[in-house]
Design a protein around this ligand. Structure first.
Ligand code: N01
Length: 647
């Protein structure tokens, strides 16, 4: 990496960097651990009220700060001039020590091991890449071919790894472009609630995110670039919708049937199928009487129509993440907005949600050696499992009705104050805005002006529920008719029936949708007994609620799948079928853990649960634990099917 500019450029950039992080950079370059000594120990991290970003600047005195910055200018300047090499990347023991030093907190060694891979100080691909490359060389001509369904973040990530391993693959994508959810969702202010320096592939960092929480267009552009930079675009068949796949036990492969852009039916044969269809790709149309009678314009938040709302009376059904994000923008345009709420959600204060990435940090992420690595680790520590203790139920906690432990209850109190403050003159709304389930029972929504928007004079909250829709509006449960020109359905997605409407036929012709019903389950969220060589990314019980990036979860699964592929590549005509008893034991544990978490609380009714109240979508694990659970493939968990050796 060439470092541009001179000492002044460097000095200017360093104004915006995190000093505890910078000390890790200096220690790595010089190999000198005196940079991690008592003298430079940072002050504890504190969370200023209302801010998303904790104050983790280190709390150094002016003279300490000057000393660190001058040393950094000198050391990095020497690297720029070619007089200093980059030093050795830290091993686990040193990295662990570094993280504890820079945060002033006790960090689990397993967490450090995970972050060592997330920073790519350790290349996780080494777990499977050498084996696959060797097998590919030995077996040229009879290689595996993988079909990936979907070119969203799971599909592209898998494709990148298959490409690296030299395994043949085809991606079938129903849309005309890549990006999945970030292609489809275009509602106003659509964006992430996890900082992008974490919400991006660990193996394809983007040093140029303009904001910490980027918006849809920038995310979509990132995935477009990934498709090109991974060199996988030529493998994608756009406008192709998979309708059916059927496992052939004689040939030990999948026959995949899909509809192409002409409406014609086509077939592909695959040694393995990776389902990368996501959990939130089918908009849910609410079952409300009269919905089809509405004569005004109506659309779902995930199928946004760019209509000018000025002067219009707009109704919005639903108060989940999508509604909270879009409402401040649409309400500012509309003449009047009516929000139809069934259940209030918890919304967290986030006054710096729109914070741009500081110019110096942008520079540091591109040019200061190791800075981006340590920054990613820090973002994961701050925005990942930090909230985990607050979601785990404490059996001794006195009031189990609305909270699950003391920290959870404390958060509840903070958020109730935030509601009161945000609603200003509309204090009559307060009782309707306080959820009756524990905080983190559903993913905590990052605020972008929700309560202030509800407090606007031209916005009305209807908490009574909906009786029916008419040609000209909505009748609420109290009998009032609300006249509307436009109706926005922010009603979420059909999330429980994973992989549907595809027809998936496994061993013995059994159909996956029947095997699962509305209780989808898979081993490590990925493999299903009786459906050999089918790998579900972002499958059952993999969604995260407490905090963190879904790309992280997906990457954990991809590495697990790549290890499975080393077994398939080791012989001709092989298939892996997860043992039914292994899957059952795993999922019993998933359900028992889920029951002890905020989102398993009986008061929570959400898209994560099925009709019986079982958690189908969410992971019961912290990020650290999910990494550990998916890290190592154990062949004894599977039946290995091979030609002639099985029915
Ligand atoms: O959908 P939702 P979403 N009558 O299911 C209501 C991710 N996401 O699109 O709460 C009346 O959360 C329903 O009511 P209730 C994120 O993972 C992330 O907003 O069930 N109301 C609810 O209020 C999120 O969880 C981001 O009682 C009806 C709303 O519609 C997931 O996507 C941004 C109804 C649906 O809320 C889904 O979020 C956006 C009916 N018949 C989305 N049916 C960020 O990262 C449903 N509702 C920031």
């Amino acid at each position: 990496m060439k470092i541009p500019g001179d000492d002044d450029t460097l000095r200017q950039a360093l104004e915006d960097v995190n000093l505890p992080n910078l000390l890790l950079v200096l220690a790595t370059i010089t190999g000198d651990d005196s940079w991690l000594g008592e003298e430079f120990a940072p002050a504890p991290i504190v969370a200023p009220e209302g801010s998303l970003f904790p104050d983790d600047s280190g709390g150094y005195s002016t003279s300490q700060r000057a000393r660190i910055l001058e040393a950094a200018v000198k050391i990095i300047g020497e690297v720029r001039a070619g007089h200093q090499d980059l030093g050795a990347t830290p091993n686990l023991e040193r990295f662990h020590r570094m993280l504890q030093f820079s945060t002033g907190e006790v960090i689990d060694q397993e967490m450090a091991a995970m972050l060592l891979e997330e920073t790519r100080f350790v290349d996780r691909d080494e777990q499977w890449l050498p084996a696959l490359e060797k097998l590919n060389r030995e077996r040229s001509g009879e290689a595996l071919h993988v079909v990936i369904i979907g070119a969203g973040m799971s599909g592209l990530g898998t494709a990148a790894k298959l490409k690296r391993a030299g395994i043949g693959f085809t991606i079938l994508e129903k849309n005309a472009a890549v990006g999945g959810t970030w292609y489809e969702n275009r509602y106003p202010d659509c964006g992430v609630d996890t900082p992008n320096h974490f919400y991006s592939y660990s193996f394809h960092r983007n040093a140029k995110w303009s904001s910490y929480f980027s918006k849809r267009d920038e995310l979509y552009t990132y995935f477009e670039q990934c498709a090109d930079e991974f060199g996988v675009r030529e493998h994608i068949r756009f406008n192709c919708t998979v309708t059916e796949m059927c496992f052939d036990p004689a040939r030990l492969c999948w026959d995949v049937t899909f509809e192409d852009q002409t409406g014609g039916t086509q077939h592909l044969q695959a040694s393995a199928v990776v389902s990368a269809v996501g959990q939130l790709n089918r908009p849910s149309r609410p079952d409300i009487e009269g919905l089809d009678d509405f004569q005004g314009a109506m659309w779902h938040s995930a199928r946004w129509q760019d209509e000018d709302l000025s002067g219009k009376r707009v109704g919005v059904i639903g108060t989940g993440c999508s509604c909270v994000q879009l409402l401040p923008k649409t309400a500012a345009q509309a003449a009047h907005t009516v929000v139809f709420q069934r259940t209030p959600h918890w919304v967290a204060p986030a006054r710096d949600y729109y914070k741009p990435v500081e110019p110096g940090l942008l520079w540091a992420l591109q040019y200061i050696p190791y800075y981006a690595e340590f920054h990613r680790a820090r973002m994961i520590l701050v925005f990942g499992d930090r909230s985990w203790p607050a979601v785990v139920a404490d059996p001794d906690w006195q009031d189990q009705s609305v909270s699950v432990n003391e920290a959870n209850h404390a958060m509840r109190s903070v958020l109730i104050e935030f509601i009161k403050e945000g609603l200003g003159a509309k204090q009559s709304y307060v009782e309707h805005c306080i959820p009756k389930f524990p905080v983190w029972g559903k993913r905590l929504i990052v605020d972008n002006g929700w309560y202030e928007t509800l407090a606007r004079e031209d916005v009305t909250l209807v908490p009574q529920g909906i009786d029916r829709v008419t040609a000209t509006g909505i009748v609420s449960a109290d009998g009032e008719h609300h006249d509307l020109d436009v109706l926005i359905l922010a009603t979420g997605f059909e999330s429980n029936r994973l992989l549907s409407p595809m027809r998936v036929l496994g061993l013995g012709g059994q159909e996956l949708s029947e095997v699962w019903g509305d209780a989808a389950n898979a081993y490590k969220g990925t493999t299903v007994p009786g459906f050999p060589n089918l790998f579900c990314l972002y499958g059952p019980n993999t969604n995260i609620v407490h905090g963190g990036s879904i790309i992280y979860q997906i990457e954990c699964q991809i590495h697990y799948v790549m290890q499975c592929l080393t077994v398939l590549a080791a012989g001709e005509g092989r298939a892996l079928d997860v043992r039914s008893e292994v899957n059952s034991a795993y999922n019993e544990s998933v359900q028992s853990l889920s029951a002890g978490l905020a989102w398993g609380h009986p008061s929570v009714d959400s898209w994560y649960k099925n009709k019986a109240g079982q958690v189908v979508n969410n992971s019961p694990f912290s990020l650290q634990k999910f990494w550990a659970v998916t890290h190592d493939f154990d062949e004894s968990d599977y039946r290995l099917l091979s030609h002639g050796a099985n029915e």
